[in-house]
Design a protein around this ligand. Structure first.
Ligand SMILES: Cc1ncc(COP(=O)(O)O)c(C=O)c1O
Length: 396
C-alpha cells in the first residue's frame, strides 16, 4: 500500500543506522493482522495473538454449551485467572482485581479516595485524557507542565516534586506516558511522594507485558491494561490496591458477590462477557514462553530503529528514549499537528497514503509522532514510514 508519493531517498533506507536483528522469528504468524498495513501503533489498542484468541473462543463455546454451569462458576474461574495474572505481574492475588480497562480502573481508584471538589490532585500535561477527566469530575486537578524534551527520568521527577503544594493530597501520574513515551512514576518519585504524605495513583496502562516489574515502587493504587502489551483480548485490565484502601474500592456493578468485598465484588458484574478476562492469562503466558526479555529487547530495538530513521527528517526531533520501552516519540515540525483535528488529519493521511498506523499527538508549537515495536513488526515498515512521511511533511 506504499504510495507513489514516497521519497526515493536512499539515505533513509538504513545507512549508518544500527538495524535490529530483523524480524522476530515466527512473530508475524502469531497474529492475524492485515499484512498490507504497517501496524506501528501497538500501544493504542494492542493486538490479540492467535493462541489467545483461540483460548477465548474455547471459553465462549463452553459458556454457550452450558450457560448455567459457566455463570455459576465464573467467580471462581476469575479468581483462578487473577492468581495466574498476579504471579506474572509479581502482585498479591488478593491485592488486585480484574477490571475492563484502564479508564474504568481510574474511576474505581479515585472513588476509593473519597475526594471532594476542593481536594488538589496533581496530574501532568502528558496524562491520558480520560484519566485526567476522571480526576476533574471529583476534585481539582493541578496540572504540572512537563517539557517533552526533559532529558531523563530524574529531571521529570524533580519537576513533579517542585509542583507539590501543602494542599496536594493525591498525585495521579503515568508510569509510561502515552504520547511522549516517558517514564514518570518511577520508584524513586513514588518513594519521594510517599515520604511527603501524598497518595499515589499510577496509570500503568502500558506496563503489563512491557516492564519487567510493573508494580515496582509500591504505589497506593495502580492500574494497567492487559490488552495492550500483555497480549490479552480487549476488555482486560488490572487494578492493584494497597491493603489499607482495598475495602474502599467500590464495585462497578454491585451484584451477588458484593458482600465478599475486594477483589471479588469488583470483578463479578452479573451476567456479562467474561471470556476476555478468563483468556487474559494466556497472553502473559505466551510472552513468558517466547522469552519475556527477548520480546522486550526486540520491541525496544525496533522502536528505536524507527525513531532513528524518523529523526533524519527535516524538522523532526527525537524525544529522549528509554531502552525499557517498546515505544518512542518524536516532535514534528512546528506548524504540524498543533491541534487535535490537525493531528487526527495527519494520522489519517499517513494511513491512507503510506498504509502505516501510528499515533500522532497534538501539542502547542508542533505535535508529535509515536512509533511502537512489536514482534510482528520488521525494520522495513519503519523505513517505509520514514520515506513517506518525508514527502508528507515536505514544505511544512
Ligand atoms: C496512558 C494511558 N492511560 C489510559 C489509557 C486508556 O486505556 P483504555 O482505553 O483501555 O481505558 C490509555 C490508552 O491508550 C493510555 O495510553
Amino acid at each position: 500500500m506504499a504510495s507513489e508519493d514516497e521519497q526515493s531517498d536512499e539515505s533513509l533506507a538504513g545507512a549508518g543506522v544500527p538495524t535490529p536483528a530483523g524480524a522476530f522469528p515466527g512473530g508475524g504468524e502469531l497474529f492475524r493482522l492485515d499484512a498490507r498495513v504497517a501496524h506501528l501503533n501497538h500501544g493504542s489498542f494492542g493486538a490479540v495473538p492467535v493462541p489467545v484468541a483461540r483460548a477465548q473462543r474455547h471459553i465462549a463455546a463452553e459458556a454457550a454449551a452450558d450457560p448455567d454451569a459457566f455463570f455459576l462458576g465464573v467467580g471462581d474461574r476469575l479468581a483462578d485467572a487473577r492468581a495466574r495474572i498476579a504471579a506474572r505481574l509479581g502482585a498479591d492475588p488478593e491485592g488486585i482485581a480484574l477490571v475492563t480497562n484502564a479508564t474504568e480502573a481510574a474511576h474505581l481508584a479515585l472513588d476509593a479516595l473519597g475526594l471532594t471538589p476542593d481536594d488538589e490532585v496533581l496530574v501532568t500535561d502528558h496524562g491520558y485524557g480520560t484519566v485526567v477527566d476522571a480526576v476533574a469530575r471529583r476534585a481539582r486537578p493541578v496540572t504540572v507542565p512537563l517539557d517533552p524534551a526533559l532529558p531523563d527520568e530524574d529531571a521529570v521527577r524533580e519537576t513533579v516534586l517542585a509542583a507539590l503544594t501543602p494542599r496536594t493530597r493525591v498525585a495521579v501520574l503515568d508510569q509510561i506516558t502515552s504520547p511522549t513515551a516517558r517514564i514518570v512514576a518511577g520508584p524513586r518519585l513514588l518513594a519521594d511522594l510517599a515520604e511527603r504524605g501524598v497518595t499515589t495513583v499510577v496509570d500503568g496502562a502500558h506496563a503489563p507485558g512491557m516492564l519487567a516489574a510493573p508494580l515496582e515502587g509500591g504505589p497506593d493504587l495502580w492500574f494497567g491494561n492487559l490488552h495492550k502489551w500483555g497480549y490479552a483480548p480487549p476488555g482486560s485490565a488490572v487494578l492493584a490496591v494497597a491493603p489499607a484502601l482495598r475495602g474502599r474500592v467500590p464495585a462497578p456493578v454491585p451484584s451477588w458477590e458484593d458482600h465478599r468485598g475486594f477483589p471479588r465484588a469488583v470483578e463479578y458484574r452479573a451476567t456479562a462477557d467474561y471470556t476476555g478476562l478468563l483468556a487474559a492469562p494466556e497472553g502473559l503466558d505466551l510472552i513468558a514462553a517466547l522469552g519475556a526479555e527477548r520480546v522486550r529487547a526486540h520491541n525496544s530495538a525496533l522502536a528505536a530503529h524507527g525513531a532513528e530513521l524518523l529523526a533524519r527528517l527535516p524538522g523532526v526531533t527525537p524525544l529522549p528514549g528509554d531502552d525499557r520501552l517498546a515505544l518512542r516519540a518524536l516532535r514534528l515540525p512546528s506548524r504540524v499537528a498543533r491541534t487535535k483535528p490537525e493531528a487526527d488529519a495527519l494520522r489519517e493521511e499517513i494511513m491512507l497514503r503510506l498504509g502505516c498506523r501510528v499515533l500522532v499527538w497534538p501539542w502547542p508549537g508542533g505535535g508529535g509522532i509515536r512509533v511502537c515495536g512489536q514482534i510482528y513488526n520488521h525494520p522495513e515498515e519503519y523505513e517505509r514510514l520514514a520515506r513517506g512521511l518525508g514527502s508528507l511533511l515536505d514544505g511544512a
